[in-house]
Design a protein. Sequence first.
Length: 158
Amino acid sequence: MKPANSSRRLLAAFDFATSSHFRAIVFLTLCCIVLFVPGFVTIPAIDRDEARFAQATKQMVESGDFVDIRFQDDVRYKKPVGIYWLQAAVVETASSLGLPRAQLRIWLYRIPSLIGAIGAVLLTYWAALAFVTRQGAALVRRLRVAPFPHTKDSGVER
């Protein structure tokens, strides 16, 4: 296969994927899944904030108190309560579906962030439509998805 031939096939596949809004959304969602999910289950907590969110949510689920957020014995009112509620809902749902030891699986606490990241990609695509064609918006969004945005500061202490 010649390089010119393979690039024509790639362009044809891209044109097909972006020929309608529905296909572009499916294409971008699949790109997000392919790029965001590897390591999603196996990588431990990336920074101490992620571990603190998960622990505070775990304590919230264990105590049944969804208003008073605590990390160990200290109150944790520093962050919006919505993320804790979303994480708790995911963990509770997984527990009720029979997933053993759901409260100890860090990947469950990451699901709201994954949904938010995919939503940000689709929102950027939608916003780019005001300035460029559907193909251009999908390409711009695809280029932004490539460097996984959640790992850029994983080694930085906060």
